[in-house]
Design a protein around this ligand. Sequence first.
Ligand SMILES: Nc1ncnc2c1ncn2[C@@H]1O[C@H](COP(=O)(O)O)[C@@H](OP(=O)(O)O)[C@H]1O
Ligand SMILES: [Mg+2]
Ligand SMILES: [Mg+2]
Ligand SMILES: [Mg+2]
Length: 430
Amino acid sequence: MASITAVARLVNINPSSKLNPSLVSATKPLFTFFSLKSSYSPIVSSSAASLTSSRAMSYDKQLIAAKKAASLASLLCQASFSIYLSYLIARKPVEMIVSELNVQKGLLQSDVQSKSDKSPVTVADYGSQVLVSFVLQQELPSQAFSLVAEEDSGDLRKEDSQETLQRITKLVNDTIASDGTYKVSPLSESDVLTIIDCGTSEGGSNGQHWVLDPIDGTKGFLRGDQYAIALGLLDEGKVVLGVLACPNLPLESINNKNQNTLTKSSSGCLFYAQLSCGTYMESLAGSPPVKVHVSDTENPEEASFFESYEAAHSSHSLSGSIAQKLGVKAPPVRIDSQAKYGALSRGDGAIYLRFPNKGYREKIWDHAAGYIVVAEAGGVASDASGKPLDFSKGRYLDLDTGIIVTNRKLMPAVLKAVQDSLKEQALPSL
Ligand SMILES: Nc1ncnc2c1ncn2[C@@H]1O[C@H](COP(=O)(O)O)[C@@H](OP(=O)(O)O)[C@H]1O
Ligand SMILES: [Mg+2]
Ligand SMILES: [Mg+2]
Ligand SMILES: [Mg+2]
């Protein structure tokens, strides 16, 4: 549950309060594709996105751009969050907030929408997607751009979404102006729709593709709990870098004792990893990076585990049975989003278990960034049959039953417990 302190902290750092309106009007467009209203043309070219064998294997430039994009998006999300203050204080469940907002008239109605699969999407999800796409293209102007991202503009193009679109556009323009790095004309609503739709790439095993979840854990975001801006890069189907911005994650370790410690001074983590370079964490407010490593425990009894806060996203009873088989003593740490991967990469817990309902298809943006953050910190991830995760098959992961993430020493025991529990579950009850 969100604390009043957490809410106050987020309201205090609303970047729109620092906005200098003269900056917006006084700036001259420097980049042609952002210069004219509705003239935005994204640099998307599948053939140009193909790799040449001569490309260097360092992703330093992309990493700098990705860190900038995710950090700015986290400011936008925090700014947007302040409007939920009254709902958080009332501590209403997310479903109630969404259904109330769908019937209420007023400002908030346009800030949270229900998607066709009934999951929530907010102006911050859309705004974050626009901002990340915008920053990547500004920072890497000479590179082909392909983006696999969660949101699309379909609902926003409907007539009754005009107010929502205006709010997204303002949120994005305010954040860009407040940051001050990009001296461009304010984006128009049409630009915003076009930039959102830069995220429709199919990904795959050829070329480079960015993979973005603009807010992973939207339900956590609405509750004032954990969420992440998750940005990864695929190269020839492999994840080669990942950045996870977790605005509400404490800099100190979370565990069963203090998983809800959201204090002003210590929250806001940025995890990042590049292939063969390790995983680092720094504060979103800016601090020297520290190299992180997964827990090296070999003893399942000492290993606490993470799982989804939402039982609808991952079976809590199945993970309970697996933990029992392993002899895990600590109760599960239930938090939203890929913040679980971030926390695992620094050893806050040793295992992450995810078992969605049968038939649910995992999307690559829910795991790409988190996967490399954990892998470069010495961890390993597989599906329930022990197969590594394959990000090269398009927008979905093609996997057997569930996802298991842990350290190399524990993986064999965890896999066995998973497979035994799945067999038991499949047996008809007597
Ligand atoms: N029925 C379901 N089963 C499994 N995952 C689901 C789900 N419905 C939504 N999700 C995914 O679970 C993600 C959140 O994961 P977690 O439970 O670890 O917080 C959501 O990301 P978004 O919040 O980006 O939509 C969404 O993609
Ligand atoms: Mg979503
Ligand atoms: Mg997600
Ligand atoms: Mg999302």
